[in-house]
Write a protein of this length. Structure first.
Lengths: 420, 381
């Protein structure tokens, strides 16, 4: 206990010295630091902040020091989190390497692979993207057809991925490929890492209903990747893929965590206030139906936040994410979608503008325009990272132990798909 | 703040669960109903529960209780909710003991609480005057009568009215219906002259009654707390009651759900277990998620209750619990009947008992709409 208090004092002092003042202010979305070879530091302080945090391994506080992590135990990392929270420090680095790939590499890759990749994740030197979904393999992810054929000590990769987040800005990809074409579909998949700068890799951003393009189509045309970049056993990639998906769900469920809380400053953050403002209400929201719906939404949000806390406390007693991650992912996403639908109702036609045509924003102000786009963006929450329906399947099968009919259907068609 | 149970609580939960499964299964409720039992609850079984300390769970040691807190009482209520065993836990232990403890004088507490903890007394909170929960709609009048008071008016849906030795009567000594000011609480012997109890045969087969008070004379020491200032204690009591009731409902919700999922694994149609059908699987998964949220709310609220004076946001928590549990118990009890198919419609099968209990519990102390409205007001919109 004394040690922990000393650790807290040291941490506090270090943060006081090391965290630049501008890194203690709310972060605009476009100042998020993703790292990578072409890292953009819109605010120069964020570069300093990243370097200092990475040097201590505190971008990944609990990862082993051997690979550049912070080497903190759980109690210490909680203290660090509390101290960061105390000064309202921005995250020094946000990346799929930290939230998805890293934990899986630490658990399932070789010492050499960890040495090669983990430190670069910790320091934000390499930005990763995820090569999972394909045009013909969405919810039926295991039906994927991107091929990897061994040629000497290299794999030759051909195929296409889709919905690859930020593929056009990523340096490396962790990718699911088919390495056995005869086996049942789940048993012929491998997990491989390669450089997006390799010859034969191309990407094309996809314009979404929100007008944004965070996702890409990614094409592989005779891309060569060293065989030593295969993680885990050959044809056992599905095990790794599933593990990684659990981490991904935990990450996405975080989107719903702040639902109902007043921390983003947009129209959707305080729905009741927005609804009253646009109706000129003073004491009570005059639309009783909307009032009831907002109340129900807020109650569910508070209950969801408590459930996330409870799940974390329970996880501390066992190990790592479990099937509850599907429950939280789904509920968090549905809450987020509900939140934006309610925001649209709250602000009426003012929340339905696509862009402003006036210089002074007298038609639509920025908050109103943001909420429209965020509403459209939220529709993806229940599709990405495994659809709502797939998560329900996972809960039914793994948590409730109900019989699995899709696997009967799946095995009957796998030969055909694998051959295609 | 911990949202997981500690060792003591886990042990209590296990012993309550074992007791209810072995000694107080749903068959007990069925037997009470079918025999048209006059008492309406299994008196002997109740004494065994009292011997386990359940009646004194939330009563301070100074007044004969065990001071195990509301978390303890909540766990017990949850287990009784799983087997639907009717007991005076809600009327007497959760509501009456609480209001006496909050509003009563030292003398009243010393006189009344030990009898509850020891299982000798059954008491009932005479509150409602309309079919819809409305704790401010109090028209029953208490007027000065010498040194005491004279009560006149009608109460309805009073839990355990037909077996209560005492009523805690919510009366108006001043002010108008709908106002907090002027509400007073009285402890009244149920055998007093002028009291008439009409027992109600409710769909959940639990005790309730309408009570009429025709010029019932009570002495000055029947007044619980200050005249006209009863609202604060009553309001707090109702919030505690709502949270306790939510705990009972949580037990029922989980039981219906587990029975239903089990049935989905046993029943076969078209050559497969019906649990393999996605149309049913997804509904089951949705219910599971909703129940997880319910658990967190009830745990949090009970945890806050045990912080006593330091409890934060209790009214909103109580409304969140009661709104959410009302909504989810309705969903899950309806799905329970539907997914059991024809057998779910039979009286012989237990699942219908849960749906009946769900509806009465939903209405008791305010349904989902009542509490969402209240929550919105508490959050100032």
């Amino acid at each position: 206990m004394q040690d922990l208090n000393a650790f807290r004092a040291d941490t506090r002092a270090w943060l006081e010295d090391s965290c630049p003042a501008s890194m203690r202010t709310p972060m605009p979305e476009d100042e998020t630091v993703w790292g990578g070879r072409n890292a953009v530091f819109k605010n120069p302080d964020s570069k300093i902040w990243l370097q200092r945090m990475a040097e201590k391994g505190w971008t990944t506080p609990t990862w082993p020091q051997e690979y550049g992590g912070g080497g903190l135990d759980k109690a210490q990392s909680r203290v660090l989190a509390e101290e960061l929270q105390r000064i309202k420090a921005r995250p020094a680095l946000v990346s799929f390497g930290i939230s998805m790939l890293g934990p899986v590499l630490l658990e399932m890759s070789t010492h050499e692979q960890k040495l090669e990749h983990i430190p670069k994740i910790v320091h934000g030197e390499i930005r990763w993207c995820q090569g999972y979904s394909e045009p013909g393999a969405g919810s039926d992810l295991a039906g994927l057809g991107t091929k990897a054929l061994l040629d000497g000590d290299e794999y030759v990769i051909n195929g296409a991925k889709i919905w690859t987040s930020y593929a056009d800005q990523a340096d490396w990809i962790f990718c699911l490929v088919r390495t056995d074409f005869e086996a049942p579909k789940h048993s012929g998949i491998s997990f491989i890492l390669f450089d997006m700068a390799s010859p034969g890799v191309s990407t094309r951003p996809i314009k979404l209903i929100s007008g944004n393009s965070v996702f890409c189509e990614t094409f592989f045309d005779d891309v060569r990747a060293p065989a030593r970049n295969l993680v885990g056993r050959l044809n056992d990639g599905w095990t790794i893929a599933k593990r990684l998906l659990q981490h991904e769900r935990t990450m996405i469920s975080g989107f719903g965590l702040s639902s109902g809380r007043n921390n983003r400053g947009g129209l959707a953050d305080n729905l009741a206030q927005t609804a009253m403002l646009y109706r000129g209400d003073v004491v009570e929201l005059s639309d009783p139906v909307l009032r009831d719906q907002i109340a129900q939404f807020l109650i569910d949000s508070e209950a969801f936040t408590l459930t996330s806390q409870r799940s974390a406390q329970e996880a501390r007693q066992s190990k790592g994410p479990n099937a509850t991650s599907s429950v939280l992912k789904n509920y968090g996403c549905e809450l987020n979608k509900r939140r934006y639908e309610l925001a649209l109702q709250a602000a009426g036609t003012q929340a339905l503008g696509w862009e402003s045509l006036t210089e002074d924003h007298s038609d639509f102000d920025q908050q109103e325009l943001d909420v429209t786009r965020q509403w459209l963006r939220s529709k993806g929450n229940s599709i990405e990272g495994g659809t709502y329906e797939v998560q329900l399947n996972v809960i039914a099968k793994r948590v409730l132990g109900l019989p699995d009919m899709t696997s009967m259907v799946g095995s009957a068609t796998s030969k055909k798909q694998a051959g295609a | 703040m911990s949202l997981v149970l500690n060792e003591d609580q886990l042990m209590l939960q296990q012993s309550a669960r074992d007791f209810c499964r072995e000694q107080a299964p749903v068959a007990v409720l069925r037997r009470m109903r079918d025999s048209e039992d006059r008492n309406g609850y299994p008196a002997q079984l109740w004494q065994s529960m009292v011997a386990l300390g359940w009646a004194g769970m939330a009563i301070p040691e100074a007044y004969g209780g065990f001071d195990f807190g509301y978390s303890g009482l909540g766990l017990v209520l949850e287990e009784t909710g799983r087997t639907l065993v009717p007991t005076p836990l809600v009327s007497t232990v959760l509501l009456s003991a609480t209001v006496i403890n909050l509003a009563g004088s030292e003398a009243q507490k010393t006189q009344l609480l030990p009898g509850i903890a020891s299982g000798e007394s059954v008491m009932a909170l005479a509150l409602e005057e309309t079919a819809i929960h409305n704790p401010l709609h109090i028209e029953l009048k208490a007027v000065k009568n010498g040194s005491g008071y004279m009560l006149h008016g009608d109460k309805q849906f009073v839990l355990d009215a037909n077996v209560a030795g005492h009523f805690i009567v919510v009366a108006r000594t001043d002010g108008e219906t709908g106002h907090q000011e002027g509400i007073s609480l009285f402890v009244v012997d149920s055998a007093s002259k002028g009291i008439q109890v009409q027992r109600l045969n409710m769909v959940d087969s639990r005790n309730a009654g309408n009570v009429s008070f025709v010029d019932v004379a009570v002495s000055a020491d029947a007044l619980l707390g200050e005249e006209g200032k009863g609202w604060a204690a009553l309001s707090r009591t109702l919030d505690i009651g709502r949270i306790g009731l939510a705990a009972e409902m949580l037990g029922g919700v989980q039981e219906v759900f587990e029975r239903t999922v089990e049935y989905m694994k046993q029943r076969s149609q078209f050559g497969v277990q019906i649990g393999a059908f996605q149309a049913l699987q997804h509904r089951a998964a949705i219910m599971y998620s909703e129940i997880e949220l319910c658990k967190s709310l009830v745990l949090k609220a009970l945890h806050e209750l045990d912080r006593g004076e330091e409890a934060e946001d209790l009214p909103a928590l109580a409304s969140m619990c009661k709104a959410k549990l009302s909504e989810v118990y309705m969903l899950v009890s309806n799905e329970g009947v539907q997914m059991h198919g024809g057998i779910g419609m039979t009286d012989e099968f237990d699942i219908g008992f849960f749906m009946k209990r769900a509806r009465v519990a939903q209405q008791t102390l305010g349904d989902a709409a009542f509490h969402r409205d209240r929550y919105a007001s508490l959050r100032r919109f």
